[in-house]
Ligand binder design. Sequence first.
Ligand SMILES: Nc1ncnc2c1ncn2[C@@H]1O[C@H](COP(=O)(O)OP(=O)(O)OP(=O)(O)O)[C@@H](O)[C@H]1O
Ligand SMILES: Nc1ccn([C@@H]2O[C@H](COP(=O)(O)O)[C@@H](O)[C@H]2O)c(=O)n1
Ligand SMILES: [Mg+2]
Length: 222
Amino acid sequence: MGTANDSSKDISDRLAEKHPKVVFVLGGPGSGKGTQCEKIVQHFGYTHLSAGDLLRAEKNSGSENGIMIQNMMNEGKIVPSEVTIKLLQKAMLDSGNDKFLIDGFPRNEENRAAFEALTKIEPEFVLYFNCPEKEMERRILNRNQGREDDNIETIRKRFKVFLESSLPVIEYYKGKGKVREIDAAKPVEEVFEEVKDIFNPKVPKVPKDENVEGRCMCCAIL
Ligand SMILES: Nc1ncnc2c1ncn2[C@@H]1O[C@H](COP(=O)(O)OP(=O)(O)OP(=O)(O)O)[C@@H](O)[C@H]1O
Ligand SMILES: Nc1ccn([C@@H]2O[C@H](COP(=O)(O)O)[C@@H](O)[C@H]2O)c(=O)n1
Ligand SMILES: [Mg+2]
C-alpha cells in the first residue's frame, strides 16, 4: 500500500510493475464523464479514478494542500500536476485492479507531460465526451450534488479553462490517433451504447458451418 512518505520514484517504480492499462476520460464540465464511467465500471471491470473527486477528498482530509486545492477549484483552475499525479498514483497502487479509467485528467499540457514523464504510462486510448456548452451548463446547474464549484460564475471559468487548456490535450492525442469521440449530448443510455462499442468492438461474425478446415478465413467472414 502507498504511504505518505513514499518518494515519487518509489511510487512510480512500484506502479510500473503493475503494468496498468489506462484510459483517459475527457470532456467539458458536465459532459457526463462520471456518469458514463460508473457504467463502464459495471460492464467492463475497470476502476474509476476521478481526478476531481481525489482532489476534493484530499481537500476534505485536512491535508497541507487543502486550502490551495480549495482556492484553485473555486476559481476553476488546474491544481499543480505533482499534487494530482501523486493522488492518482497512490489510488492506482492501492487498487487491486490493473485497469483504470482516469476521469478529468490530463486537463492541461502540464498534467499530460508530467504524468508521462513520471509514470511512463501511455493511455490505451482517450475517450472524449463532446457536448455543447449550453447542455453542459444545464446539466451542472441541475446536478444538486452540493459541489461548491457548481455555480454559474465558476462554471463559466471552468468552460474557459476547458477551451483554452484541455482541448489542446485532446488535439494532441488526436494527432496520435488515440481519441475515441462520443456525441455526449444524447440521453445517458444512448451515449452508453456508443461507449460500449468502443470497449467491446464488434468483430465480424464467422458462421459455424462455414468455418471449416481448409477454407480461407477471410472468405468466410460475413
Ligand atoms: N447524457 C446525459 N443526459 C442528461 N443528463 C446527463 C447525461 N449524462 C450525465 N447527466 C447528468 O448531468 C450531470 C453531470 O454529469 P456528470 O457528473 O457525469 O458530468 P462530468 O463530466 O463528470 O462533470 P464534471 O466535469 O463537472 O465532474 C449529472 O447530474 C448527470 O446525472
Ligand atoms: N486534473 C485535474 C482535474 C480537476 N482539477 C480541479 O478539480 C475541479 C473539478 O474537477 P471535475 O473533473 O470534478 O469537474 C476542476 O475545475 C479543477 O479545479 C484539477 O485541478 N486538475
Ligand atoms: Mg465528474
